[in-house]
Design a protein around this ligand. Structure first.
Ligand SMILES: [Zn+2]
Length: 315
């Protein structure tokens, strides 16, 4: 109790201090948008045109953000042989304007490209066709790197995709491009606002056939180990708050850094509580970040990264 008695002592003895460099801000760039489309309950988050995203990044850099995770939302959807012209244009626009002022991770998945909204290619029987899916995801990753992406973040949960992406990046001359894998990603009820942001709801069924069942700890650990063995540089749990029990174990078993994705539903719940006058938004968000750090998260992907400087976090 003695060390909790004053702010001086609490600050002296806290062990989860961190800087803005540990926070990654998601961005959503959509094709064919005139105005920014606000995402329900994700305070300050929009799906934006390329021009809108450029303005947003400029503001975010001033607000002290240096790491971004970009989600592409092209308007053309198909079953395979995806049209990547829009994504190339968006990445190129951001990197040619801001260069090394930022680090641009690219969420890499097929669900915003496929007409059915799933993260894979299906065969004629409607089953996941890995032989078709992995080359498409790898092609996407190499394409993003060629367009200027600094890092690749595969989010699809298909077996073998990290190895396939690594090979494709290396073959394309991008052997220094890191992979931050969504390595333990659960089928969750907390992705709702994101699906509006990324326009990525499956048109039929759900993603329980490839995302992890929340009841399965071993599966969750094994999935990250597999990504690590396949060559992922950074690992991640998602949703963050409902996976904090796994972070240290994954870190210990792989020897790799594990981040947490504070997903849209987690973040939105804090926004909605605060809008009802039931919590103070900035205090609740900061509490959640410290819990992620206490649980061992090396970095946090959060819709609130752009507020961190105003809240006093150092660079
Ligand atoms: Zn996906």
């Amino acid at each position: 109790m003695r060390l909790r008695a004053s702010k001086h002592l609490r600050d002296l003895s806290n062990d989860t201090d961190f800087s803005r460099a540990k926070l990654i801000q998601p961005l959503f760039v959509g094709e064919g948008l005139k105005d920014d489309l606000e995402i329900p309950a994700l305070r300050g988050t929009f799906r934006q045109s390329i021009d809108g995203v450029l303005k947003q990044v400029e503001k975010d850099l001033e607000a002290g953000v240096s790491q971004f995770l970009l989600f592409e939302v092209p308007s053309k959807k198909s079953e395979r042989d995806f049209d990547l012209a829009f994504s190339e244009k968006a990445i190129h626009a951001i990197k040619s304007r801001f260069g090394q002022d930022l680090f641009l991770w690219l969420d890499t998945c097929l669900c915003s490209l496929t007409s059915h909204g799933h993260c894979c290619v299906f065969n004629e029987l409607g089953q996941i066709d890995l032989d078709e899916t992995l080359p498409e995801i790898s092609r996407l990753a190499a394409h993003y790197a060629a367009a200027g992406a600094d890092g690749i973040a595969p989010s699809d949960m298909m077996d073998g995709r990290v190895a396939a992406i690594r090979e494709s990046l290396d073959d394309g001359g991008f052997d220094q491009t890191p992979i931050m894998s969504y390595s333990t990603k659960f089928a969750s009820n907390l992705y709702g606002p994101f699906r509006v942001a990324a326009d990525s709801s499956p048109k039929h069924g759900d993603r329980k056939g490839y995302q992890i069942d929340v009841r399965n700890r071993l599966d969750a650990i094994e999935s990250s180990i597999r990504c690590s063995n396949e060559g992922a540089d950074l690992l991640m749990v998602k949703p963050g708050m409902t996976s904090i029990d796994l972070i240290r174990e994954i870190e210990e078993k792989t020897g790799k850094r594990v981040g947490a994705y504070q997903v849209s539903g987690e973040f939105a719940s804090l926004v909605l509580l605060s809008e009802k006058g039931l919590t103070k938004f900035e205090d609740a968000v900061q509490e959640s970040w410290h819990v992620f750090r206490r649980a061992g998260a090396a970095f946090i992907i959060t819709y609130g990264a752009r507020f961190a400087k105003a809240w006093g976090y150092p660079s």
